[in-house]
Design a protein around this ligand. Structure first.
Ligand code: ADP
Ligand code: MG
Length: 264
């Protein structure tokens, strides 16, 4: 059975794309067959995995428009996973999609012939709650919400959770909210912990372990066209490896491993 995971938060800069790339690479290293899907017209995932969105003829845009089979747009990456890339024209494809019947289901339908070839599909949603994110949530079995542990991190979480509930009610009754993943986490101060405890209380949201620490390695990695796992040993890569390990065990039937900010 293929697991389809959407990574969503309408806030930008919370490490959605970094999480998709790093978790994808870590799962590949564990021997999982992984496809990552770029659903953001900015194409940051595509770029960070070594492909220039400006030079691509075939991408998720044509796939969502129904003009191309997904398999014909899939690219290989140096990190072991496959990539369904996006280009800036995805913004135009989004506008076209809005006029079509069953618009929330375009990605789910496009991915279904591919599912037999992968163990895990991870979808990088754009920073909005528009039709592209609705496509990501409709195609997924579960959703993970990266949460940057800073003041006001909770702003927007309520709206995101409402969208998840609407998707569960209307287009995808089986969608599971896996939980929040603390990102850009600073273990040296109590601030990150306090923010996390507040958000998880307020929304009774599970917090996944481990928190992903803030390290400069991520900026260096995305500039190099490979993920943080390709570089020298560092705590960011280690955290994503541990997350991958936890999720593989969870998908095999175990409880998901959570983090208790108030005890840390
Ligand atoms: P999003 O996709 O949510 O907009 P990104 O994954 O693009 O967020 O991350 C935003 C910025 O934060 C990028 O410059 C990225 O390199 C940086 N970043 C992500 N995770 C970390 C981390 N754990 N430590 C330091 N910088 C990070
Ligand atoms: Mg992004």
């Amino acid at each position: 059975m293929t697991t389809v995971l959407a990574v969503a938060n309408q806030k930008g800069g919370v490490a959605k794309t970094t999480t998709v790339a790093s978790l994808g690479a870590a799962l590949s290293a564990l021997g999982q067959r992984v496809l990552v899907v770029d659903l953001d017209p900015q194409g940051c995932l595509t770029f960070s995995l070594g492909h220039n969105p400006d030079r691509l003829e075939r991408s998720v845009n044509e796939v969502l428009a129904g003009d191309l089979d997904a398999v014909d747009a899939v690219l290989k990456t140096d990190d072991g996973m496959d990539l369904l890339p996006a280009t800036i024209d995805l913004a135009g494809a989004e506008a076209l999609l809005l006029m079509r019947p069953g618009r929330e289901f375009a990605l789910k339908r496009a991915l279904s012939p591919l599912l037999g070839s992968y163990d895990v599909v991870i979808i990088d949603c754009p920073p909005s709650l528009g039709v592209l994110t609705l496509n990501g949530l409709t195609a997924a079995q579960s959703v993970l919400v990266p949460l940057q542990c800073e003041t006001l991190a909770h702003r927007g979480v309520g709206q995101l959770l409402r969208t998840v509930r609407e998707v569960q009610a209307i287009t995808n009754p089986d969608l599971v909210l896996l939980g929040a993943l603390p990102t850009l986490y600073d273990a040296r101060t109590t601030h990150s912990r306090d923010v996390l405890a507040d958000v998880s209380d307020r929304y009774s949201l599970a917090v996944l372990a481990p928190p992903i620490p803030r390290t400069v390695k991520f900026a260096e990695a995305s500039a190099s066209g490979a993920t943080v796992l390709a570089g020298r040993k560092n705590k960011g890569a280690d955290a994503y490896r541990e997350l991958a390990d936890n999720l593989v065990k969870h998908w095999a039937g175990n409880e998901v491993v959570t983090f208790a900010p108030e005890l840390a």
